[in-house]
Each structure stands twice: as structure tokens, then as C-alpha cells.
Design a binder for this molecule. Structure first.
Ligand code: NDP
Length: 400
């Protein structure tokens, strides 16, 4: 049915590639293109004997629009799946426009030198994608991604109006290291060391990092401390869910993670300001990334489950109502299936599903869209089929 060009070959991409290869009816051909081609070739070597999907590989620097455009024009995919880093979003969108191909990513653009992520840079491409008759799907991992689809589904089937959304991201996994991150350490630490914020009554309320803490009893995991963070889907949901009054995002962190992070921060290791070291400029956070365990290596060691979802409050037929949609995912089951832990899995599966929605014409533009702007139903069905079955509760415990 279709062809996808996948940029990046890290933790998330590896899962999406496994899933495309399980779904050969839709993904007849894929090309894995990344900075380090050896990683792409290694994965092709593992998967080629087990799949009907034809796998090609290529070396590409996704910061270089010309190089990327040439690759896209040569390969002629139906869609480019950007599973590299948020720094590459705009160059990859530029190349998609130049080559006339649809686009999908899992994280919004963040300039490398300012740890601030916002949709404004990518939303500024709306007219260009619309005029070119192309579709760009933004933020199609789990959060953002499935959390937006959950919100759209709840609005379509459960509520007349949604007033509050609490997104709860719990990772109950234990990898046995005193400190490691479950996805790219640089992106992860930039996210959690920034100020928190939430949306209330039409404005942003800013908090200090980790200032707001709650405890929640997660099904499949148990009681965990969780902390309010700023997260990118707050920005798009605030625009796309009519009548919304408050949206918050909470993520669980263990005490060991937080103590290590505080210490690293206090000594300056999480800074993104370049320093001079033995005559050479280095960015402390990038150096830290180099000494931390590679998230891709956590798969065999991580045990436990993730539980990620949305608690929604609103009204239907004039009555107040609460509703919780969530997914529980087991780290070891993911590892047995695709060789990765659940954080990569819960991001890579929705990326494959989003690309499938575009290839099948179930999600179409033209323009630049966040996932909650599309029909959630075929995506929700695909989550159940492709490894992320969801659960619902009409009487959830609320977060105060
Ligand atoms: P990794 O660091 O494991 O992988 C990134 C990949 O991108 C690597 O293969 C890397 O190549 C490649 N890459 C980096 N720079 C370039 C470049 N200039 N040109 C070509 N390839 C490049 O990251 P993850 O897989 O953990 O994360 C991938 C994305 O998923 C990130 O944007 C992250 O923010 C997002 N994410 C989204 C989540 C969600 O729920 N929405 C959750 C978790 C992650 P090399 O191998 O050479 O380093």
C-alpha cells in the first residue's frame, strides 16, 4: 500500500520500524535514514529475514535540507516519519515541502540553544503545507500523541463539553541504575529541569520545577509521587478542545532520580551553556548524555509497567461527568516483542499508527495538524490492534 522514509534509528525509531515491519500490508517498503548508517543496517539485518516489508537504509544529516530533499526525491515515500530529535523538525518539514511529501513527528521543535519548546515554529508552516496540498501530523507519540487522541475520543463519545484534563504519565519501571533516562537524556533533562506550567482560565500559570507534587495510585503500578511539568500537548489541547478551563500534566519520578538530578543541576552538569574545557567548547548536558546509559540499552534490564492516560471532567446532557482513558504497558513484554523498553514502545507504536492513518487516507489535510484535530476512532481501534490496548473508567479517582 505505501512507502515510509523513517529519519532516526534510536530508541523510538527502532520500535516504529519493528511495528512497520509487522504491518507489511500498509508499509510495503521503508527506508531507515539516520546520521549513523551502521545502526540502520544492523536493524535491517535483524528484521529483513522476518518481514515482508522491503527495508532500505541511507545515511543522512537531517540538519541539511538539501541533502534530505535529495534523499526524499530519490526514494519518493508517501510520508516522512521524523523520529530523530526535536532540533531537526523544521529542516525535515522544509525538505518535505521541497519534495512534496507528507510529514509526521513525535515531539515539537526546540531550538538547540534555548531549552524552550513551543508549537509556534511549526504552526507557522500551516499555509505552506496547505498550499502544497500536504499533511503534517505533529506530536504523534504517546504524550503528546495518544493523549490528544484520547481527548478527541472523549469529546466525540463521552462529553458535550470538556472542562478539565489531567494527563498522568507514570513510569513504574525499574532499570536497576541509580540514574538513567528512558529516552534521549538531553531532551529528557531539558524537559524536567525547566519551570512547570499549566493552563487555567485562558492563561498559563507558571511553577518552579517540581514545585507541585501529588500522589496517585496507578493501576498496574501502585502508589507513586508525580510532579506537575509543562508539556507540549497542553498548548495544542488548550486551543483545540472548545470550552476547556484547565489542563495539567503530571509525571512520576522516583526519589533517586530527583536526588541525582538536583545534584547534577547544582554542579552545573545540566547546563546547555557551552563551557571551555581543555581548549575546546563543550556543552555540559551533552557531555552528561555521553556518560549516561544509552536509553536503548535499558530494555533488557527494565521491569515493571507504565500507565499513561487522561482524566477528563466535563458535562454531558447537562450533567457533570468524570472519565479516565489510559494504557498500561509492561516493560518486559515490550522487550520480548521488539527489544525495547515501554517508554520507546509507547512512543514508537503511535508513530507507526499515525503514519498508517495518513497512508490509508484516514487522516488527511492539507495543512499542519495536532492529532486531536483528526477523527480519533480509527486510531483508537489501531491502538488495540497494534499493542497499546486502552482501558476506561467512568469513576476515576481525581487529582486535587
Ligand atoms: P535517540 O537519541 O535514541 O535517537 C535519536 C536518533 O536520531 C538517533 O538515531 C540519532 O542518530 C538520530 N539523529 C540525531 N540527529 C540527527 C541528524 N542531524 N540527522 C539524522 N539523524 C539524526 O532518541 P529517542 O528515540 O529516545 O527519541 C526520538 C524522539 O522521540 C525525540 O524527538 C523525543 O523527544 C521523542 N519522544 C517523544 C515521546 C512522546 O511520547 N511523544 C516520548 C519519548 C521521546 P545517531 O544514532 O547517530 O545518534
Amino acid at each position: 500500500m505505501g512507502k515510509a522514509l523513517i529519519i532516526g534509528c534510536g530508541g523510538v525509531a527502532s520500535v516504529a520500524i519493528h511495528k512497520c515491519c509487522q504491518n507489511s500490508e500498509v508499509f510495503e517498503e521503508i527506508c531507515i535514514a539516520s546520521r549513523t548508517k551502521a545502526k540502520c543496517d544492523k536493524l535491517r539485518g535483524e528484521l529483513a529475514p522476518k518481514t515482508k516489508t522491503a527495508i532500505h537504509t541511507a545515511q543522512v544529516d537531517a540538519n541539511n535540507v538539501e541533502e534530505l530533499t535529495a534523499l526524499i526525491k530519490q526514494y519518493q515515500p508517501d510520508i516522512v516519519m521524523n523520529l530523530a530529535l526535536p532540533y531537526q523538525d523544521l529542516t525535515i518539514m522544509d525538505a518535505c515541502l521541497a519534495a512534496g511529501v507528507h510529514y509526521l513527528d513525535t515531539a515539537n521543535y526546540e531550538p538547540e540553544d534555548t531549552a524552550k519548546f513551543e508549537y509556534k515554529w511549526q504552526w507557522a508552516y500551516r499555509d505552506r503545507f496547505r498550499d502544497a496540498g500536504l499533511t503534517a501530523v505533529l506530536g504523534c507519540g504517546f504524550d503528546p500523541g495518544v493523549t490528544g487522541v484520547f481527548s478527541a475520543y472523549a469529546l466525540k463519545h463521552e462529553f458535550d463539553e470538556i472542562h478539565e484534563i489531567d494527563i498522568l504519565d507514570c513510569n513504574g519501571g525499574d532499570h536497576g541504575y541509580p540514574f538513567a533516562t528512558n529516552f534521549n537524556p538531553e531532551i529528557n533533562i531539558r524537559e524536567v529541569s525547566a519551570n512547570g506550567s499549566y493552563w487555567e482560565d485562558g492563561r498559563w500559570v507558571e511553577t518552579k520545577p517540581m514545585e507541585i507534587k501529588r500522589e496517585y495510585d496507578f493501576e498496574g503500578v501502585g502508589k507513586k509521587d508525580m510532579y506537575l511539568l509543562h508539556h507540549e500537548e497542553l498548548e495544542s489541547l488548550a486551543k483545540n478542545i472548545p470550552g476547556i478551563r484547565r489542563i495539567r500534566f503530571f509525571m512520576t519520578f522516583g526519589q533517586s532520580y530527583l536526588t541525582h538530578l538536583k545534584c547534577l543541576e547544582n554542579v552545573g552538569m545540566t547546563s546547555i551553556e557551552p563551557i571551555l574545557y581543555e581548549g575546546r567548547e563543550i556543552v555540559p548536558l551533552q557531555f552528561l548524555k555521553a556518560v549516561l546509559p544509552d536509553p536503548a540499552s535499558l530494555g533488557p534490564r527494565t521491569v515493571g509497567k507504565t500507565n499513561i492516560g487522561c482524566i477528563l471532567r466535563g458535562v454531558t446532557d447537562g450533567k457533570e461527568k468524570d472519565y479516565y482513558l489510559y494504557n498500561i504497558c509492561d516493560h518486559q513484554e515490550c522487550y520480548r516483542e521488539v527489544g525495547s523498553q515501554a517508554v520507546s514502545y509507547t512512543t514508537g507504536v503511535p508513530a507507526m499508527i499515525g503514519a498508517m492513518m495518513v497512508i490509508k487516507g484516514l487522516w488527511k489535510g492539507p495543512g499542519v495538524f495536532n492529532v486531536e484535530e483528526f477523527d480519533p476512532d480509527p486510531f483508537m481501534e489501531a491502538l488495540n490492534r497494534w499493542g497499546l490496548p486502552w482501558k476506561e473508567s467512568h469513576h476515576p479517582v481525581l487529582v486535587d
